[in-house]
Design a binder for this molecule. Structure first.
Ligand SMILES: [Zn+2]
Length: 373
């Protein structure tokens, strides 16, 4: 796939090749395939255009080509970010790479001006007002994506968690506050005692090192089937925990914005839109909560522009599935200590046997005590 649009610093927006050359004053009607663009203009393009995802410069204009049999364009004129030897110069984790683009599941691209519902339309209006009144500019929004790319490529994690170990993990996680009643042999006198629970209590606290490590985790929100699906598809992910503080700030500001909006944000898509907008506000205010909040209030009260924006204003929601990914990464940290489902089953059986024999011994001992009395 070729990149559809690139970000022009000069025009402060994302443009495709034809739109861009037209704005530059090139007589595009006379050369729609852009075959005769001269060296000076090509140099200008090389220095002006930036990849909207990874921020790299160095675009090369590729002319279009017409098919011999049909009049339809076979290839639109477009830009490529390549070196002199033809190699791709995008960042390793850029989703606009030509070969093996990196599909980052922790974020989602959001085009602010693509409104599908009242809620997304409202965000689009906020963004338009913010740009019109100079609170935000398009370059800030593009830079937000590049900022995310730069954090990401320094903090990628290889998942060593390859099997389903969620049951063992949950066993420990849900006991992390230690509010369980430890087994007493007297419990064996209960006819239908659920022995498994007491076996799991013991398994959870068997290794104090892992128990203490898991006790530090503050979130476990991944379902077994989601985890299995996830592990089949992904081996390398961005350690989103590097954004934890920022995620919390985003939640705080987002809840203010949604509580004080006249529309409801309901669907996943609408909420992602809101996350992206809140993220941009915080980013341009250097993650200062109050400044971002005040800017939002000023945007609310600002005047609407007369011109409606029709181009793409593409931002990013860097917090997509944040809690699920955080849980998986936490689990991955303690992976080598965790038991698989089968190993856990064997361990439970052994532990139930131990508990039952403790009961038998206790019963014998109490019989002996009774006789002695
Ligand atoms: Zn790129």
């Amino acid at each position: 796939m070729m990149a559809i649009t690139s970000f022009s610093i000069k025009f402060d927006r994302e443009l495709d090749a034809s739109q861009y050359l037209q704005l530059l004053g090139y007589e595009i009607e006379q050369d729609p395939e852009l075959r005769f663009v001269d060296k000076n203009l090509r140099n200008f393009i090389h220095n002006d255009l930036m990849c909207p995802s990874c921020g790299i410069k160095g675009a090369v204009l590729v002319s279009g080509a017409k098919g011999q049999l049909s009049e339809k364009n076979l290839k639109q004129p477009h830009f490529r970010f390549i070196a002199n030897d033809g190699s791709d110069i995008h960042d390793e984790y850029c989703d606009l790479r030509e070969i093996k683009p990196f599909k980052d599941i922790s974020c989602e691209k959001i085009n602010f001006l693509e409104s599908k519902s009242l809620a997304t339309k409202l965000i689009g209006e906020y963004v338009s007002k913010a740009i019109y009144n100079g609170f935000l500019n398009r370059q800030d929004i593009a830079k937000f994506r590049v900022w995310h790319m730069n954090i990401k490529n320094k903090n990628m994690v290889k998942l060593s968690l390859r099997e389903d170990k969620i049951l063992h993990y949950s066993t420990i996680y849900y006991r992390r506050n230690r509010n369980f009643y430890e087994f007493h042999p007297k419990l064996g006198e209960v006819k239908n005692l659920n022995w498994k629970i007491y076996a799991l209590d013991r398994i959870a606290t068997k290794s104090m090192a892992i128990f203490e490590e898991v006790s530090k985790h503050t979130n476990s929100s991944v379902k077994e089937e989601d985890l299995n699906k996830f592990l089949k598809k992904h081996e390398l992910i961005f350690d989103v925990r590097f954004l934890s503080d920022k995620y919390k700030l985003m939640l705080k500001l987002k809840s203010f914005i949604s509580r004080n909006s006249e529309v409801d944000f309901k669907t996943k898509y609408e909420l992602s839109f809101l996350d992206a907008f809140t993220g941009v506000l915080l980013y341009v205010n250097n993650w200062d909560f109050q400044k971002s909040l005040f800017m939002f209030i000023d945007i609310l009260n600002a005047k609407c522009g007369n011109g409606v924006f029709t181009d793409n204003i593409v931002a990013l929601n860097p917090f997509k599935d944040f809690q699920m990914l955080e849980s998986i990464l936490n689990m991955n940290d303690v992976n080598e200590w965790l038991l698989t489902k089968d190993e856990l089953d064997i361990e439970i059986k052994k532990e139930v046997e131990t508990l039952k024999s403790e009961y038998e011994i206790w019963k014998l001992a109490s019989v002996v005590i009774t006789i002695q009395q």
